[in-house]
Each structure stands twice: as C-alpha cells, then as structure tokens.
Design a protein. Structure first.
Ligand code: FES
Ligand code: FES
Lengths: 719, 153
C-alpha cells in the first residue's frame, strides 16, 4: 500500500490554491464577513489600567441605551469563569482584579456596532488602581507582589548538559534583549455566534485549533461539548496569535443571552489588546571556545516576560531553553530559562515560539566569538555545526537530517548582490552614497516541529470516496485550520496522490470530526497530512478489495507522531518529535547619518524534507523572512508602565513592499525518516534566523554591538 | 440618512445609513459587498481600497455621506463576468500571491489603478505604488511576480 499514484495536481506540484479564486474575487467569507438575519453586534469594555481591583460594575446606564439587548459581566458567565491553554488563569470577564491594560471587563450586544461601543462606554466600573508589576526581573524576586495564587514564576527550565563548564581559550559574553513583537495578522479577531434550538450555540470563527477553543468555551458556558459547535470561518492570517481564545466565549455568551445571532469584530486597536504577543526576552550568554574554534561550553540565562496570564508561556520557556544553544555541537552547557507573570500584555505563541528570542542571542554570540578568535563567522559556525546524531542539550540525539553545514555553505557561496543605486529611505533620501555603508551577516537556526514534552497532538481525517455522475469524487473532512498557509491545497494533493482521483473536495473544517490539533508549531501539514494519507490508504484498500466504489467508501484515521518525553529536573529527555533548520545571509546598506537601513537581499537555505507544493513553500519562506526582518528593524509593541503606546498600524510598523528585498532561495529536500512523504514543517524556520542575519549585517556595516531588537535609528548613527 | 450612489455599475439606494458610517461599512454591512476588507479601519493598510469615481481611496476613511451621487468600484466589480477573472485577479492566483488573502482585494484594486496609469511599471514603480498595501503573509515577492505578469498580459 505504499504505492504513490502519478496524478495531475498531486504532491510535489505547485498546485494553485482552491480558495485563490474566491479570495481574488472578494467572495471568500472571512470571519468578519459573516452575516445572519436579525444579527446583533457585540462590543467589549476593557480595563484602562494594567492592574486594579474591580470594586463594582454598574451596567444600568449602558442597558438604558436604545438598541442595546444585553450587557454582561462575570456574573453572567454560567460555567467556569476562567480559561487558558495550559492553565485556566484568564477570566472570561474580569472579576476581583484586572491584570493588564485591555483586559475584558464587560460585553454588550446592540443593533449597531457603534451603539454597542457607545453603550460599553456607559458602563461604570469602579477600580482601585494598584501599582503595576512591569519589570520581569523584579517579578522574579521574592519582593514582588504575587499576581496569581502560585506566585509570579510561571516556569523555570534548567538544563544541565555535559560536565560543568571548565577550561576555554576564549570566553565571550553578552546581554541581549528582544522587544515584544505582534503577529499583526490582517484579518481582525471576529466571528458570528448563532444560538441553536437545542439550547446550544454555533460559532463561525477564525482560529488555529477549533477543538481546544470549543472545549474552553463549552466549560465557560457550562454546556456539554456536543452543544457547542465551531466551524472555521475564513482566517486572515494567524502566526500564533489565534491560539488563545479572544472573542469566542463573549460572542457565544451574548448569543445565548439574547437568543439572537451576535457578530463581533475587533478593530485594529482592539486587536492589539485582543491577542497574546511574542515574549520580550532578556538574555545573558557566556560562550567558551578553544583556539581552533570548537565550542567548549555555554552558559545561558533567559528571562521571558509572560505578561498577565499563562497562555502557552510554559512551552515557550521550555523551547527557549531547548534551542538556546543553536544548531551547534556544545559539549557542556548550563541553561536557565524563566518566564514570569507581570502586568504587561499577556504573551504566548508567535511563529518561532521561543527559538526566535534565543537565536538572536546565540547568533550574536557566535559573531562575537568569531571576532575574538579572528575567524570567519561562517567558518566558525560550520566548524561547530550539528549533524544527524548530534546530541541536543536535552540529551536526546537528532535523528532527522540536520544539514547545518550544508545550509551555511549554500547561503555563503551565493554571489553577493551588486549595488543598484537605491539608498536607505528610498526616494526621500537625498544622499548620493555618502555615509552609506554595506554590511553582510549570517545566521542559522532550528526548532522543533510539533508539540513537545510528551504531548500527543494527534490529528484526525475522514475521507469519503463516492461516485458522482459516474466520476469518482473524494471528500476530505478534518478540523484542521487553513490560516493562509495552504493546507487546503496540500490535503487535496495528498488525496489525489493516494487515490489517483483528480476530483477532490476539502470540506469546511468544524468540530463534527475529531480534533486536528493546532495549526501551529509547523505541524499541520505533517500531522493532518499524515491523517489524510492514512485515511486515503484505508479507503484505497477497501476500494481495491471491493473492486468498485458502490455506495461510497469512508474511513476515518488518526495520525500520531512518535511519543516524546517530559524533561526531567536537569532538563533531560527525548522531548521533541523532529526538527527543522534554515540559514540566512542578509546584505544591508546603512545610512549612518540618518540611521536608516535598507535590506538589499536575503539569501536563505532551508531543508523542507519534501516540497509538497513548491510554490507554497516559497511563499511560506518569503513571508516568514518578512516577519523576521520586521523584528530586526521595526516591530515592537511599546509598553510603558504597563500601558501600550502604539496600538495601531500607524505606530506599530510592519514591513511594506518597500522594505522587503528580493529573496534568493535554496530548498533542500532531505526526507524526514519519521513523517509522511518525508515532509518537514516549514512555517517557522524562516522567521528564526532571518532576524539575527539582518542584525549581523548591520553590525558588520556599523561596528556597533546592537544587543537589542528591533534596532532603532539611534543605534546606527554617529559612527 | 438615505444614500444614493452607483456601485459596480448598479444604481443603489440605501436607507437608514447612520452619518458616522464609513463607505467600507456601508459596502460590507449594507450592500452585501464584503470583498473590501477591514484590516485596520485606520487608513493604514490598504485592504479596503476601492475606486471612488476614478480615484483610488481607502474606503474606511471615506464617510458614507461623501459618496452621495458618486460612483464606487470595488474588487467585486472588476471581473468582466461572473465566471471570469480580471487578468490581474488571474495573475494573483497563478503567481501564488494569495495566502490568507486578506490583503488581496485591496492589492488587486491598487494594482488595477497602477496599471491603468502605467501599463509597464518598473519594479521600483510597483513598490512605490503598492507601499500603502500591507500584507503579513507573503513577503511581497509573489505579489511583485503577479503584478509583473499582469502588466505583461
Ligand atoms: S481598512 Fe482601510 S486602510 Fe486599513
Ligand atoms: S496574504 Fe495574508 S495578508 Fe496578504
């Protein structure tokens, strides 16, 4: 049954997206496009304070606004009053205390969105303001006030790898910081909740994991799971920012309370408050090496600001520790990774998940070490490159291809771009080249694919083969979320390849079929792809046995990856399923008088195991690089005393088409021994080492240490 | 208030429009034309781009009342027929310029405007013209490919 059928539009081909046509026509229904007869609009009242006691909430004036149908507070949450991915520590609606600016306090349903917002502003909340805890270092100390019953230390991961660090010929150290990055997906948090006749509710929603959303919301609504049905609406990007529940429970509460469909759509400002962000990090590193460039040992201390609620912080903390050393052979290391609660915005999943922060630090250290050893930075990296069989600092060996040396060679050997007359800042810059310096920088990184530490994040697929007007038709039904990455295309490609049937329909994702796990951790093509493959193979076996399709053949299969282990007290264990690697070279021009950077070109090499859809692979890599470039040069949510200063696209900048350079791309296909078709998750690696490569290039141009991202113009002027 | 205008070639008359509503809101919520997108509603992303008469605008920044008696063309109005795509739309699908697609309608209208003014733009001119349209998914490479190929078509 391992035969793979040659078929048009099967795997390995650049099949065009089935949703491409409705998307270019403006007909694709995103979560904010949902509409129902008699629909009401929801709005959210949020805390203006980063930390305060909630003394009382008076909804009378809001309820009296004409057009208002409901005003709900924590008292109206019938079930569990809190939710969360790893810990249920986040209130559906605030009670007792608010712990970050923007925490939801009450929700309103009205017949017009403006009426709902106006009524929300009429709710009178009496707060007793408290001194916010905003310094993660202070949060770690015993002197800080506990924000949650268990104290402020959310997780500490300690890794003891090899013998105690000892002799080295050269030692370099550094402190590094990463600012708070936002996913900034373009489709705002939104959805439509429709009350059902059975007392339950249907929600059309943009998310990354339908079942986990559904489970959390059902508990809050105090409804059995089968009465809470979620269907995926069109998703306008995710990047980790939709892993946590935002308006899901609120819309369902309002719909159940009013008996009317309720639509909620965040504006951009609200979206900045409506989802978790990438953890800001402070990192201290010490690298010891021998005179020939071999690494001797590393000490690393990582402190992540988790913000007000746990979200997926403890997994991010663990990932930061696991990938703290980069894809290098290090005989001995001591790593401490901490994540703490503060009154800053909650942080959680974002593309790269802990590996982004540490890659910025370990790659800066490698450049520092190269300078101290008077070695070429690429040579130094290649000398220490991991390969298959190398040990992770967590003890287990890397079993998949680990082409670190090859990736570095590829980006290094590409010809460098010529000057093209363009200057940093574009046409507005009047320089004729004076003060403009070119720099070239390199970085390499890696990360886990799938959920780690013993978690069984399986996926389910139901495949049905039938005959429609004499032609075979395959229907694929999963709960896997298409968030823009192209999953719907790949699932159909797999079904075509496995069954040799051209006509494949991917049904809408919903909770009427088993969980698919999350569209995150670069896992969905691997996991749901595996489930679709298995279900197709079961159908095919039955089909071959029967010799006819008859009244249809259906199979449902789960795909589980190999089991992993939790980390022990010394951070040891076979914790990760498999790994993905990429390297980047950045070429930049810096105007050292104006502090402007123009990225001239990014060269990258990535092992994708198997390019299931080469065009989509390129798109993922280019898009991931743009986000890495953004973190290097412009993207930061500025939080001062717990208050967000730039919740808009005017003040939170993401790369435009003027900022993104051409990408030169090498894709390796070194099949993974453990995955369907040998494919390897591709979404995250482009975002991991692109940031440090850009910064390394700016360092090379300016000679500055540049220990914090995003860079600021001040960092680069007055050389 | 009542709003009278022509949208995608059809005369429309909409009652009950509240003065504070934007053109984007009226299109999306009162005319069943949700193709124009609402990524920021702050004039910063271009996802809501439409033509007002012959001028490319961010419809989130246009008050509904400003549209009285005027002509609007949205992404839904570009294709020659129901079953066909405009060549720019086809180029976006073909080039892989669409991922989540939330930026796509705005980019298609903006590209339409660019190519109407400049049928064979240089890369620099494409970048300049589309600098007001944010895309978070693609890194813009495939969007450039799409515009280049639409310009050749
Ligand atoms: S929605 Fe109008 S510019 Fe963003
Ligand atoms: S395709 Fe998602 S924002 Fe452009």
């Amino acid at each position: 049954m391992s035969t793979v059928t040659e078929v048009a539009n099967g795997i390995g081909q650049s099949v065009r997206r089935p949703d491409g046509i409705p998307k270019v026509k403006g007909e694709f229904a995103y979560s904010s496009d949902m509409w129902a007869d008699g629909m009401l609009w929801g709005a959210t009242l949020r805390s203006p304070h980063p930390r305060a006691r909630v003394l009382s909430i008076d909804i009378a004036a809001a309820l009296a606004v004409p057009g208002v149908f409901a005003v709900l507070t924590h008292e109206d949450v019938p079930g569990r009053k809190t939710y969360g991915l790893e810990h249920h520590d986040q209130p559906v609606l605030a009670f007792d205390e608010v712990r970050y600016q923007g925490e939801p306090v009450a929700v309103v349903a009205a017949d017009h969105p403006e009426t709902a917002r106006y009524a929300a502003s009429k709710i009178e909340v009496a707060y007793e303001e408290l001194e916010p805890l905003v310094d993660p270092e202070f949060a770690l100390s015993d002197a800080s006030p506990p924000l949650h019953p268990g104290g402020n230390l959310l997780r500490h991961v300690y890794i003891e790898h090899g013998p105690e660090p000892g002799e080295a010929d050269v030692v370099v150290s550094g402190e590094y910081e990463v600012g708070m990055q936002d996913q900034a997906f373009l489709g705002p948090e939104s959805g439509l909740a429709i009350p059902a006749e059975d007392g339950g509710v249907d929600l059309f929603i943009a998310t990354q994991w339908l079942h986990v959303d559904r489970d959390q919301v059902a508990a809050c609504l105090d409804l059995p799971l089968e009465k809470v049905r979620f269907t995926l609406a069109g998703v306008g990007g995710a990047f980790g920012g939709r892993e946590d529940v935002s308006m899901q429970a609120h819309a369902c509460l309002l719909a159940l309370h009013t008996g009317r469909p309720v639509k909620m759509v965040y504006g951009r400002e609200e979206s900045f408050f409506g989802h978790v962000h990438r953890h800001p990090a402070r990192m201290r590193y010490e690298h010891g090496a021998y005179a020939d460039g071999r690494l001797a040992w590393v000490r690393a201390r990582i402190l992540l600001d988790g913000g007000a609620y746990a979200s997926s912080s403890s997994a991010v903390c663990s990932n930061a520790a696991s990938f703290a050393l980069g894809p290098y052979v290090v005989p001995s290391a001591r790593i401490d990774s901490y994540v703490v609660y503060t009154d800053n915005p909650p942080c959680g999943a974002m593309r790269g998940f802990g590996a982004v922060q540490t890659c910025f630090a370990h790659e800066a250290q490698m450049d520092k070490l190269a300078a101290a050893l008077d070695m070429d930075p690429v040579q130094l990296r290649r000398r220490n490159a991991m390969e298959t069989g190398s040990s992770m600092p967590t003890g287990a060996p890397i079993n998949c291809p680990a082409p670190v040396d090859e990736l570095l060679r590829l980006v290094h050997e590409r010809p460098l771009p010529e000057g093209d007359g363009a200057v940093p800042g574009g046409v507005a810059n009047v320089t004729r080249g004076e003060g403009v310096v070119r720099g070239v920088g390199y970085a390499v990184g890696f990360k886990n694919v799938g959920f780690s530490e013993g978690f069984d994040d399986f996926s389910t697929a139901r495949v049905r083969l039938s005959e429609v007007r004499g032609e075979p038709l395959v229907e694929v039904h999963t709960a896997a979320c298409e968030v823009g990455q192209g999953l719907v295309t790949v699932m159909a490609q797999i079904a075509r390849t496995e069954l040799g049937v051209e006509n494949v329909l991917v049904l809408p994702a919903d909770t009427q079929v088993g969980s698919a796990g999350s569209s995150s951790a670069s896992r969905q093509t691997h996991m749901t792809g595996g489930a679709v493959q298995a279900a197709c193979r079961a159908v095919r076996e039955e089909w071959e046995g029967r010799g006819a399709i008859g009244d249809g053949i259906e199979a449902t299969r789960e795909y589980h990856h190999r089991l992993t282990q939790k980390l022990d007290a010394k951070g040891q264990g076979d914790a990760h399923v498999t790994f993905a690697f990429a390297a980047h070279r950045a070429v930049v021009d810096v105007d050292t008088e104006l502090g402007l950077v123009r990225v001239v070109e990014i060269a990258t090499a990535q092992d994708v195991g198997k390019a299931m859809n080469p065009l989509a692979v390129e798109g993922q890599i280019e898009g991931g690089i743009a986000q890495g470039l953004g973190l290097a040069l412009m993207e930061e949510i500025q939080v001062v005393d717990g208050l967000v200063r730039n919740a808009s696209f005017t003040d939170y900048l993401i790369p435009t088409i003027l900022d993104m350079p051409p990408v030169e791309l090498d894709v390796l296909e070194l099949g993974d021994p453990d995955s369907p078709y040998g494919l390897r998750g591709i979404g995250e690696p482009p975002t991991i080492s692109s940031t440090p490569a850009v910064v390394a290039a700016v360092r090379a141009a300016t000679g500055r240490e540049l220990r914090r991202v995003p860079l600021r113009p001040d960092d680069m002027i007055g050389l | 208030m009542r709003l009278t205008c022509v949208v995608n070639g059809e005369p429309r008359e909409i009652d009950g429009v509240w003065e504070g509503e934007s053109l984007l809101y009226v299109l999306r919520e009162r005319m069943q034309l949700p193709g124009s997108k609402n990524a920021c509603e702050q004039g910063e992303c271009g996802s809501c781009s439409v033509y007002l008469d012959d001028v490319l605008v961010c419809s989130c920044l246009v008050a509904a009342g400003q549209v009285e008696g005027r002509t609007v063309t949205t992404v839904e109005g570009l294709a020659p027929t129901e079953d066909e795509l405009h060549p720019i739309q086809a180029a976006f699908v073909e080039a892989g310029a669409v991922q989540c697609g939330f930026c796509t309608p705005g980019l298609i209208v903006a590209t339409h405007d660019l190519l109407a003014r400049n049928p064979s733009p240089s890369d620099a001119e494409i970048r300049e013209a589309l600098a007001g349209n944010l895309c978070r998914c693609t890194g813009y490479e495939k969007i450039l490919d799409a515009v280049r190929s639409a310009a050749e078509a």
